[in-house]
Design a binder for this molecule. Structure first.
Ligand code: G6P
Length: 372
């Protein structure tokens, strides 16, 4: 059994380490003669060009991948993207028509809420594109276009490698749409695609550098009652996902916040010794946001919180305010969530283990939720 788990005591730890491969496998073969191609495509070019609005629907971790899809698609395609948890989308009477694209993200492809959202969208004549890790599952079967993530089977109930694969798949969809709409030319798409390919190496470097120190940190913080996670821009979904992992695995109260909201409420929660994880943007790439987050860290540190900061390698400005600094390689903005998520996955798994829980099978949760 230890061999099956790649020498680890839990599948999840093996799956965390598989992420460089699952990223590379998900990208492989999707740039053909300068065009990004999906796995299945039953829409005409004209139908795709007519799309003027995108909804992304998903549940749980897949929803966090969807939040990142918004940054990529709006940035590359200049069309509005809304992201919603699938269980809310359907009952809201969303405005859908033939020029709406609904992107459904689901590892299993069987999640009832997401499937029903897809059915509702199709009844309203919207086009549906599925991002799925399971060949031939129900959601891709009922969609007009499909992009499969190639993360391989994931045994751990809490999604890890399928999350990062979903994120990279969302970016591929963004590039494919940009090409269709003509907002990106072939050479730009090829450059972006190469950039996405570099994510596998960046994630491999994170794994080498941060796993052991993050485990030690997790064991130290395992007795905490709660942990807060702060991020901005693409770091915000990372904060949400970091908190979700900790809830799922360690049964610890954890919340992710948009750092800009700190003064609108969450700062009231800050007290002596509360661990607060801050996901920093790049000091070069996002200088203004970086400054704002630095002042957030100062504020929470001044109130006695324990600051755990995920920051770009060589970001010296953050060091004085970080009780524990987790350095990740400098990558482009859209790849930051991939490198920053890795230590948070390791952190949640190790806190759970330190607390004596089954990392692969957290209580009350199912890998695939097929009831609404
Ligand atoms: C369950 C799992 C989560 C997963 C969510 C959505 O809640 O425990 O890890 O993110 O379902 O699953 P899906 O298969 O649709 O991605």
């Amino acid at each position: 059994a230890a061999a099956e788990k790649g020498g680890h005591d839990f599948f999840m730890l093996k799956e965390i380490e598989e992420q460089p491969a699952s990223l590379a496998d998900t990208l492989r073969g999707h740039l053909v003669d300068g065009r990004v191609v999906l796995d299945e495509q039953r829409l005409s070019d004209q139908e795709l060009r007519d799309i003027d609005k995108v909804f992304v629907v998903a549940c749980g971790t897949a929803y966090h991948a969807g939040l990142l899809a918004k940054y990529a698609i709006e940035h590359w395609c200049r069309i509005p993207v809304e992201v919603e948890v699938a269980s809310e989308f359907r009952y809201r009477d969303p405005v859908l028509d033939r020029s709406t694209l609904v992107v459904a993200i689901s590892q299993s492809g069987e999640t009832a809420d997401t499937l029903e959202a897809v059915r509702h969208a199709r009844e309203q004549k919207a086009r549906v594109l599925a991002i799925c890790n399971t060949n031939g599952a129900q959601i891709p079967r009922e969609s007009d276009a499909v992009l499969y993530t190639h993360a391989g089977p994931e045994v751990g109930v809490a999604a890890t490698k399928t999350f990062t694969a979903q994120v990279i798949a969302c970016y591929l969809v963004g590039l494919a749409l940009a090409q269709t709409f003509g907002t990106k030319y072939a050479d730009e798409v090829a450059r972006e695609y190469a950039e996405l390919e570099s994510s596998a190496d960046a994630v491999a470097r994170v794994l080498e550098a941060v796993v052991e120190p993050t485990r030690a940190l997790a064991r130290d913080l395992a007795p905490s009652k709660a942990v807060l996670f702060l991020g901005r821009h693409v770091g915000f979904p990372v904060a949400l996902e970091g908190a979700l992992k900790l809830k799922e695995l360690a049964y610890m109260h954890a919340e992710g916040f948009a750092a800009g909201e700190l003064k609108h409420g969450p700062i009231a929660l800050i007290e002596q010794d509360l661990p607060v994880v801050v996901v920093m943007p790049s000091p070069k790439g996002r200088a203004i946001l970086h400054q704002k987050l630095l002042s957030n860290i100062r504020e929470i540190q001044a109130r006695g919180a324990r600051t755990i900061v995920v920051a770009e390698e060589g970001d010296e400005t953050v060091r004085p305010f970080a009780e524990h600094l987790i350095e990740v390689p400098a990558v482009s903005t859209l790849l930051q969530p991939l490198v920053a998520s890795i230590p948070l996955q390791v952190f949640a798994a190790e806190v759970a283990r330190a607390r004596g829980y089954d990392v692969d099978k957290p209580r009350n949760l199912a890998k695939s939720v097929t009831v609404e």
